[in-house]
Write a protein that binds this ligand. Structure first.
Ligand code: HEM
Length: 486
């Protein structure tokens, strides 16, 4: 009898403690969706449990989100998961200092020790240290690399029968392209030719891709981030991840260490009279920081790994997405692109070299790429950890500390609320119209300022956070040519 009572007391105390821990999460659920939000929790828990697979989660979220009022909060243990898919919510979160960090769910991510996953003060310092490596002069100097690898790629597509004609397999084209992009990444980040366009016998490119797939599995199954559990529950996947990880760590470490030895030798020979600071590529700027005692060689290896991974993955996927849109689009897109390229670079000119001036004139190409990135976002979702309670702008809702925020860029960029009735259609001209409107407004602004010293400038109709292929706010993607620091 006494044991019975003791168990009841303990149970009640535990329930009270849990309720106390969860109180701010329930308040958020209530503030966002009222009674409805509270009542739908069991349904949401059930939906999360049955949809945990990286290959289908995006598709399921896209279909199920419309059944709920959003932003939507779900209680998970003692934390809240806040789902946001509207531009105003994105703007608030991406600019809030309380939402600077990535979540624990990304802890199992491969190459997590670089800028992409850095937290708090470490992130601030690193971003400041790395920004100069992406200045205008350096990016312009990479055009030789882009052109040379691009031309090699064209040659391969032209000469290898399985890469041209009507029967090209997606897998073959993807393999070829991703190896070329990896070569560009290694050349631009680490200044090292790898010859991946010709051959990749060690399967470095496919290993990067596989490790990213495994990282995605670990995000939706966060318990696999505990080494022991991963080893016990999925031993094969664990062994595969460890082998892939080692291969890529060794690959980057060997290059960084070799480059570092050469850099030190060259520096000693030049008596420290090196190229001006603003002309150094990423890895050389890192070596200089190490020489000043601001970084260790291990830091450099981590940053180089993270940078190669992030540039390789995003760029190769974006190119594939654009090609997919080009191949499947039924309209006049291919003809318009061809006509524009021929008008900017007419036959007879040196068409084998594309310069930055050429790119600036290719307006339809720009609109086409933007539309592909809108319809099939390369980075479909972003996650954020809330480090302190903060208020969601425009709403009477306080987001508690430790909340996990899911920013669903994919769904937002296809939502009729922001993109009109034809939101799911591939229509590059929507960005052309926007370019024209902006140009017109800039002209109006200039005229107004000349005439009256003031302007009637009004922002475009579309919310500036409704298109976020490169994210925005504090942790936006590296902005090439922008030398401002955080
Ligand atoms: C089409 C190509 C690219 C796309 C679509 C893209 C997209 C993005 C997005 C959405 C983020 C934000 C991620 C988050 O908030 O979790 C990001 C961050 C980042 N990107 Fe890119 N990116 C591209 C190319 C590149 C390239 C070429 C580089 C480097 C050479 C790069 C370096 C980075 C870095 C370092 C970050 C982390 C910034 C930080 O946390 O402060 N990206 N990118």
């Amino acid at each position: 009898m006494h044991l019975h009572v003791a168990l009841w007391v303990c149970g009640t105390l535990l329930a009270l403690l849990l309720g106390w821990q969860q109180r701010k999460c329930w308040r958020l659920i209530w503030q966002l969706n009222g009674w409805r939000g509270v009542a739908q929790q069991p349904v949401l828990w059930f939906l999360i449990c049955i949809n945990l697979h990286p290959n289908s989660i995006l598709d399921k979220v896209t279909r199920l989100r419309v059944l709920f009022q959003r932003p939507l909060a779900i209680l998970i243990g003692t934390r809240a998961l806040l789902y946001i898919d509207d531009p105003a919510g994105m703007e608030c979160v991406l600019n809030a200092p309380e939402c600077l960090d990535k979540t624990f769910m990304q802890e199992g991510f491969f190459a997590r020790r670089g800028l992409l996953h850095a937290r708090g003060q470490k992130w601030k310092l690193r971003r400041k240290q790395l920004n100069p490596a992406f200045n205008h002069n350096i990016v312009i100097s990479f055009f030789d690399v882009f052109n040379s690898v691009g031309n090699q790629l064209l040659e391969q597509f032209a000469t290898q029968p399985h890469l041209h004609g009507s029967a090209v397999r997606f897998k073959d084209a993807e393999d070829m392209l991703s190896r070329a992009v990896l070569e560009v990444s290694c050349l631009t980040i680490m200044g090292t030719p790898t010859n991946f366009t010709q051959a990749d016998d060690a399967h470095i490119a496919t290993t990067y891709k596989r490790l990213l797939e495994i990282s995605a599995i670990k995000i939706v199954k966060p318990w696999l981030q505990i080494d022991l559990l991963h080893r016990l529950l999925e031993p094969q996947l664990y062994a595969e991840a460890a082998a892939c990880n080692q291969l890529l760590v060794d690959f980057v470490a060997e290059i960084v260490q070799r480059k570092h030895r050469n850099w030190q030798l060259r520096n000693a020979l030049d008596n420290g009279e090196d190229a001006p600071w603003q002309r150094r590529i990423f890895i050389e700027q890192m070596f200089q920081l190490a020489a000043n005692g601001e970084l260790t060689l291990q830091d450099i290896e981590d940053e180089a790994q993270s940078m190669v991974l992030v540039s390789f993955e995003t760029v190769s996927n974006s190119i594939m997405i654009a090609l997919l849109c080009l191949a499947t689009h039924k309209g006049d897109c291919q003809q318009r692109l061809r006509a524009e390229i021929e008008s900017v670079m007419p036959h007879g000119n040196d068409v084998s070299y594309v310069s930055v001036e050429h790119l600036q004139q290719l307006r339809y190409l720009d609109a086409f790429v933007n539309e592909a990135l809108r319809l099939l976002a390369t980075v479909p979702m972003n996650l954020r950890h809330v480090s302190r309670d903060f208020q969601l702008a425009g709403r009477d809702a306080i987001v508690p500390q430790n909340t996990i925020i899911v920013l669903d860029t994919f769904s937002m960029q296809r939502d009729t609320a922001w993109w009109g009735e034809r939101a799911t259609q591939f229509e590059p001209q929507r960005f052309l119209q926007q370019q024209q409107e902006l140009l017109q407004k800039e002209e109006e602004l200039e005229q107004e300022q000349v005439l009256h010293g003031q302007s009637k400038y009004t922002p475009t109709r579309r919310h500036s956070y409704s298109f976020l292929p490169f994210s925005k706010g504090l942790r936006t993607c590296i902005e090439f040519g922008d030398e401002t620091c955080v």
